[in-house]
Design a protein around this ligand. Structure first.
Ligand code: G1P
Length: 365
């Protein structure tokens, strides 16, 4: 019999962060997706917080050779009392493969597997609390009813158990998408050992869980409370930023100089807002300068950025980026780090662009 405290003590975390984030290029050309900021914090920090909140102290981070250095930097000193182990998955061949390369770290302990691009309004405690090895539960899946489940793993439930799981089906048999957090006991490892690769040569965790079900193991469904966001594409990052900003309350630590600042606005240390209007929810990062500007709702301005003579709304602007003298208003935009956007009024009347591969620019005529 494993009591509650013992379960928390032994359970480990596994954050999957080896993916290439190709759908988010060029934002992910120089940095992996888990280091992208949402409400001015890297995605992977949310994952660590959610795991630490349920008492997990040993976290394995699955990385690739390309991503290990920047992820180590991003996690350096983060998470009180948390120990990180870095596990190399090279090349990434699916979620089940990530578990396989982590086998020595995991041992036979139960673990929470967390996809680093997922955000949950209320964290992961309800999933961990539903993991009852003493009542024969071998795995817990987080499920969310969605309108179009075809882009996800899809679960069918009967009598309080998951009875079937299919990865990205053409014709889903339920509307229950699998969200990116899973709790497993050691039985998953035996399934993964005999797993055949699926489409694109990937070893799918969905197939391994289906094997658990077929072999009579107990996979317990838990519906996600509150919102859940899988941040695969640029629009998802903007929406995640909106949702996270909605959680924050007004906090002005920087300097306001003839500024109109309305609602839940965070102005971090060393930021200066001068002759500008900010409508919350919005976050102005440390050391940034906002001058003669309008910052509209659901916008995060990264640390050390400069926004001058410009208007921005529903946007995420990266660290050290400069936007100056731009018309009309920039909206619905995801802008990386150290990007320079400047308007000019001189002759000739042209656009001058220096853009990396896979950049997307929409100019008003
Ligand atoms: C993965 C899983 C899928 C799950 C999704 C949640 O898909 O394979 O079953 O529904 O995460 O984010 P991916 O987003 O890697 O395509």
């Amino acid at each position: 019999m494993v009591n509650h405290r013992e379960r928390e003590r032994r359970i480990k975390g596994l954050i999957l962060a080896a993916g290439l984030g190709t759908r988010l290029r060029p934002i992910t050309s120089l940095r992996p997706k888990p280091t992208i900021n949402v409400a001015n914090r890297p995605l992977i920090h949310y994952a660590v917080d959610n795991l630490a909140e349920v008492g997990i102290r040993d976290i394995g981070v699955v990385v690739s050779y390309d991503t290990i250095t920047i992820l180590k930097e991003t996690l350096d000193g983060y998470g009180e009392g948390v120990n990180f182990s870095y596990l190399i998955q090279n090349p990434p061949k699916g979620l089940a493969h990530a578990v396989q390369v982590s086998r020595d770290f995991l041992g036979d302990d139960p673990f929470v597997m967390y996809l680093s691009d997922n955000l949950f309004e209320y964290g992961v405690s309800s999933f961990v609390e539903s993991f009852h090895p003493d009542r024969g539960v071998n795995a817990v899946l987080a499920l969310v009813p969605v309108e179009d489940p075809r882009a996800f793993g899809v679960a069918e439930i009967d009598d309080g158990k998951v009875v079937r799981l299919v990865e990205k089906p053409e014709e889903p048999q339920s509307n229950l998408a699998v969200a990116g957090v899973y709790v497993f006991d050691h039985t998953i490892h035996a399934m993964i050992e005999t797993l055949e690769p699926g489409a694109k040569g990937e070893y799918q965790i969905t197939d391994a869980i289906q094997m658990l079900i077929e072999q009579g193991y107990h996979v317990s469904p838990v519906e996600v409370r509150g919102w859940w966001k899988d941040t695969g594409k640029a629009e998802d990052i903007l929406d995640a930023n909106r949702l996270e900003l909605l959680k924050l309350r007004r906090d002005i630590r920087g300097e306001l100089d003839r500024a109109e600042v309305v609602g839940d606005v965070i102005v971090e240390e060393g930021a200066v807002v001068r002759r500008s209007t900010i409508l919350g929810p919005a976050l102005i990062g440390a050391g940034s300068l906002i001058e003669h500007a309008f910052i509209g709702p659901y916008t995060t301005i990264g640390n050390g950025a400069v926004i001058r003579n410009a208007e921005i709304e529903y946007a995420v602007v990266g660290t050290g980026t400069h936007i100056e003298g731009v018309k009309p208003r920039i909206e619905g935009s995801l802008i990386g780090e150290d990007v320079h956007i400047a308007g000019h009024t001189g002759w000739p009347s042209t656009h001058r662009l220096i853009l990396g591969d896979k950049s997307r620019v929409m100019l008003h005529e």
